[in-house]
Ligand binder design. Structure first.
Ligand SMILES: N[C@@H](CCC(=O)N[C@@H](CS)C(=O)NCC(=O)O)C(=O)O
Length: 356
């Protein structure tokens, strides 16, 4: 059987991982799925990520892609397809709104501190009631203990912010959905480009904007509390769009190699084999770098997320472009990798060569 190139390290219930599984299904790509723990430690992932602790992580050979932004970019670069998933800068702007605002709104409505009785409802409830998971998430966001009682008390008030952003989404989808429904009733003449679906940016096929929004709405619906405030009556266009996304993925997902199970050990073997190739498994993209760029290939740096999970990853720059930085760390357990990060949201700081 043909072996998928893409390996996704993820766990079920991660809204960011859901963004990538959605992208793979929209694009109909075959992929291996390595299920990780939903908290640290992840000993089999560490030789690939060198301290970067967030999920998902995509691996192709010994190239390791950290953060959904660079993962989506790389999927589009390697597997462009007939309709770009990216729609100029607009889909990036929508994704930023989703990841910063909508993500926070939905996270605030999670079943924080679920009681043993509530934990029976779903794996999501079990995680949010698990003391070890809560302590892991407190470390992720800087070490302050998470006061689940205070969050639960604030939830009704935080909900107003979620609803306000869902209203924005509903309004955004109204135009594209109505155009789609009109075209279904009376199709446009063949000379006019067909409108297949009413997607967030009014595109013919789902764009990165749809892919980003889908993960967070799916996460929200997993809480099970959603019907109280998110339902078809209040948000008809969001619900119609959500069903349409699910139907689209059902039709377009790779028919036989969607989510082929793989182990962490097998993934490490793939990385080692790729590093043994003459090009050491890495070919630069050759893409543009900003004219004012200060960092250079060959420099030793640390790359650290700006927001949370701020663990620096140290290595030598092998490529730097306007959108990504790629570094080669000192191998861990003899696994030579190149790690790619997006520029946006990550700080690149030079370190003394002598101290590497
Ligand atoms: N900006 C990152 C955020 C990823 C993120 O926050 N992932 C969550 C899971 S949904 C996470 O890693 N939580 C901590 C962990 O799993 O260790 C991305 O787009 O990939």
């Amino acid at each position: 059987m043909f072996q998928p190139e893409i390996i996704l390290h993820h766990y079920i219930g991660s809204p960011y991982a859901e963004k990538i599984t959605t992208a793979l299904r929209v694009k109909g790509l075959p992929w291996y799925s390595v299920i990780t723990s939903n908290m640290l430690p992840r000993p089999l992932l560490e030789p690939l990520t060198h301290g970067y602790r967030r999920i998902p992580v995509m691996q192709i050979g010994n190239n390791v892609y950290c953060d959904t932004a660079v993962i989506l970019d790389e999927l589009e670069r390697r597997y462009p397809g007939d309709e770009a998933v990216h729609v100029s800068g607009l889909s990036d702007m929508v994704s930023a709104w989703v990841d910063k605002l909508l993500f926070g709104n939905v996270r605030d409505q999670m079943p924080w501190g679920a009681t043993p009785e509530e934990q029976k409802a779903s794996p999501l409830h079990a995680a949010f009631g698990n003391a070890a998971f809560l302590s892991d998430r407190s470390k992720l966001s800087g070490g302050r203990p998470i006061n689940t009682e205070a969050i639960r008390k604030a939830q009704p008030f935080l909900l107003d912010q979620l609803l306000s952003n869902l209203d924005t989404l509903e309004q955004t989808l109204q135009g594209p959905m109505e155009t789609f429904q009109r075209h279904q009733q009376s199709p446009p003449p063949p000379a006019v480009r067909p409108v297949e679906g009413g997607w967030v940016l009014g595109t013919v096929k789902p764009s990165a904007a749809d892919i980003s929004v889908f993960g967070k709405i799916h996460w929200l619906l997993m809480t099970g509390r959603a019907p109280e405030y998110v339902n078809k009556t209040a948000y008809p266009h969001i619900f119609a769009w959500f069903s349409q996304m699910k139907a689209y993925m059902k039709i377009h997902a790779h028919p036989t190699q969607d989510r082929v199970k793989f182990t962490g050990e097998e993934a490490l073997e793939v990385a080692k084999a790729a590093a043994a190739r003459p090009d050491k498994g890495f070919i630069p993209t050759g893409e543009k770098v900003h004219a004012e760029e200060k960092r250079r290939v060959g420099e030793i740096v640390t790359v650290t997320p700006n927001d949370y999970g701020k663990v620096p990853v140290r290595g030598e720059i092998v490529e730097i472009t306007s959108r990504r930085v790629s570094i080669r760390p000192e191998p861990l357990n003899s696994v030579e990798v190149v790690i790619h990060f997006p520029r946006n949201g990550y700080m690149i700081v030079p370190v003394q060569k002598a101290s590497l």
